[in-house]
Design a protein. Structure first.
Length: 207
């Protein structure tokens, strides 16, 4: 079972429905016992970085999530701001992040002359590294984005995939058992289903 952490933000029902379609067995929960027995964890997030960071800490669930991810090596997938929370912090606010993937979140700045609006909203091709287990590395996949900030990794090896929007930016991160996507797989149709199916397979390996 995959625990979808309910700390008051994120597209919880959409993520649960996507996991149901791929046979992933997702459950939206704020129950520490459920998270404590899950074989995978999804950390959603939408909106402002500081708001999400405060809500997550105020939920009291980090005391359960942290040892499961950091000590027991349970796979975790952060989505959108849920991925950004994996960094040390963000230019969007002052709250500290989890610092589980070394890096900072910076404002998205398309190159001068492109005249592209921020936030970036819409579909983009995502180019994965061959070593990333969440993607089909044979060809680029298309995913749906809504964001004004992006993850800048300290170590290029933590970049699982990249995309372009007036400039190249990190579309997905991976550090050990911690994964993140800047895009929304739950809104990305067949490509999103494939990614969620792969994450569910990683979780089943922990069963």
């Amino acid at each position: 079972m995959i625990a979808i952490v309910d700390y008051g933000v994120g597209n919880l029902a959409s993520i649960a429905n996507m996991l149901k379609k791929v046979g992933g067995g997702g459950e939206v929960t704020r129950d520490a016992d459920v998270i404590g027995s899950a074989h995978g964890i999804i950390l959603p997030g939408v909106g402002h970085f500081d708001h999400c960071a405060r809500r997550l800490r105020d939920s009291g669930l980090l005391s359960v999530i942290m040892p499961r991810v950091r000590k027991e090596r349970v796979p975790l997938l952060g989505i959108c701001v849920g991925m950004q929370l994996l960094a040390r912090g963000s230019e969007e606010g002052v709250e500290p992040g989890l610092d589980w993937v070394p890096g900072m979140v910076r404002r998205l700045q398309p190159e001068a002359g492109t005249k592209l609006p921020v936030p970036h909203m819409g579909w983009a091709r995502v180019h994965p590294r061959e070593s990333s287990p969440l993607f089909d590395a044979k060809e680029p996949e298309r995913f749906y984005f809504v964001h004004s900030f992006h993850f800048v990794c300290d170590d290029e090896a933590d970049v699982a995939a990249w995309a372009e929007y007036g400039t190249r930016f990190v579309a997905s991160v991976r550090h050990d058992n911690v994964f993140g996507t800047q895009f929304h797989p739950e809104k990305s149709h067949r490509f999103g289903m494939a990614l969620m199916r792969r994450f569910a397979a990683l979780a089943r390996e922990r069963a």
